[in-house]
Design a protein around this ligand. Structure first.
Ligand SMILES: C[S@@+](CC[C@H](N)C(=O)[O-])C[C@H]1O[C@@H](n2cnc3c(N)ncnc32)[C@H](O)[C@@H]1O
Length: 210
């Protein structure tokens, strides 16, 4: 069962959102493992203006952008209204440094070159069309700005156990470690670091706008 608040979030077979995506354990993994990996690969963004794509409901990526990466301002874009509301409530204590808006990462409203960094934690494998997400991230980055991306890859997303419990976009072009790096290069980003683990099921990448 999904809660009323998440009524407009697509259901998964066993509510994988509740069990993993929105769970405390997920936030812990993001805070202890994923964000530190991205920080090692790309460094901090002191005083920067950053954008997070697909913020989800806990606001962890926005909080980490401020508290760990040192951003002065962190803005989030999320596709589902209930997730925007939940995410905004979760980071309320950070005040005007953080803002979450309804929006589509494949068609951002921000002007070219608006951000010092763009973050995406597991948004690519949930986007119906992920390559335009990379292209839009590149477009809104200033020259020298960095994309920080952390993803579960095709190898795990298309595995039988995950298919049994989780809903993802229809089969087709799924992100792989090599595919994400290639999409970055196609979008005018130079990959400055990538770390792929768990037998290719997880990848973290940082790419710089040339
Ligand atoms: C697996 S969840 C990850 C949430 C959070 N970033 C995390 O790491 O826990 C993917 C999120 O991306 C959002 N999303 C998917 N496609 C999107 C799009 N085109 N634009 C904005 N958000 C999108 C989903 O609604 C969902 O909140």
């Amino acid at each position: 069962m999904v809660s009323d608040q998440s009524a407009d979030v697509p259901r998964t077979f066993v509510d994988a959102n509740r069990l993993w995506v929105d769970a405390r354990l997920r936030a812990l993994v993001q805070r202890r493992l994923e964000a530190p990996a991205l920080l090692r690969l790309g460094g901090p963004v002191p005083g920067g203006r950053v954008l997070e794509l697909g913020t989800g409901r806990r606001g962890t990526g926005l909080r980490l952008a401020v508290e760990l990466f040192g951003a002065a301002r962190a803005e989030g874009v999320e596709l589902f209204p209930a997730s925007v509301a939940a995410g905004a409530a979760a980071v309320h204590d950070l005040g005007p440094r953080v803002d979450v808006r309804l929006g589509d990462a494949t068609a951002l409203t921000a002007a070219d070159g608006s951000y010092d960094a763009v973050f995406g934690y597991h948004v690519l494998h949930h986007a119906t069309d992920w390559r335009p997400v990379v292209a839009e991230a590149a477009r809104v980055l200033r020259p020298g700005g960095r994309l920080y991306s952390c993803e579960m890859t095709a190898r795990i997303v298309d595995s039988r156990p995950l298919r049994a419990v989780s809903r993802h976009p229809a089969d087709g072009d799924r992100p792989t470690p090599e595919g994400i790096a290639a999409a970055c290069r196609d979008a005018g980003l130079a990959v400055s670091g990538q770390e792929t683990r768990l037998a290719g099921c997880w990848t973290a990448l940082v790419a710089t706008r040339t």
